[in-house]
Design a binder for this molecule. Sequence first.
Ligand SMILES: Cc1ncc(COP(=O)(O)O)c(C=O)c1O
Length: 202
Amino acid sequence: MQSLERLLREAVCSGQPRTHRPWKKIMIMVEGIYSMEGSVVCLPDIVALKKKYKAYLYLDEAHSIGAVGPTGRGVTELFGLDTSDIDVMMGTFTKSFGAAGGYIAGKKELVDYLRSHSHSAVYASAMSPPVTEQILRAMKCIMGLDGTTVGKLPEPLVTQPLSCLQQMFPAFSFSLCLSLSLCLSLSLCSSLHALKLHPYSL
Ligand SMILES: Cc1ncc(COP(=O)(O)O)c(C=O)c1O
């Protein structure tokens, strides 16, 4: 966080490298959850910095949407933050939703601009109905609106991930990197084990 603040201060004070003209926009880009070790972004601190330096904030929720927050709405819900503090909210529908495509959410001007200018909106074909249906069903399931508990993660996997994984895969020996999220980083004793576990990973 200190290093980010140093960068922001430098960008505001010194401007562009050669001309030293002030930057028109300074954007902070972060992920909700970083997949390699499952670390969760400290979003409240990032939002405070964004406000202090009048920067813009882009949040990539590829690994956090559908995965954290009481109803799966990602890191803003996890930290109880106002989504209007995030300028660009982006996520994929591949991971938690098991579908395809993704989304960008933000203020109406931003979404209208993307609709009329982005390559995918102008030239590509629209999302197919089966994919859309898969996303909607997965959303309902994750939010617990489908009348089942299928979308809830099994409690032991949340509270005791290591013993739970050892029970699921008794033939493998691994250690687990401590993580606040459910992106679990496993260290396996051989690459052969990694190949055998691969079908179970997302
Ligand atoms: C941080 C991040 N953003 C976006 C994506 C894009 O995801 P996809 O290509 O599955 O839509 C990924 C994929 O792993 C990712 O790690």
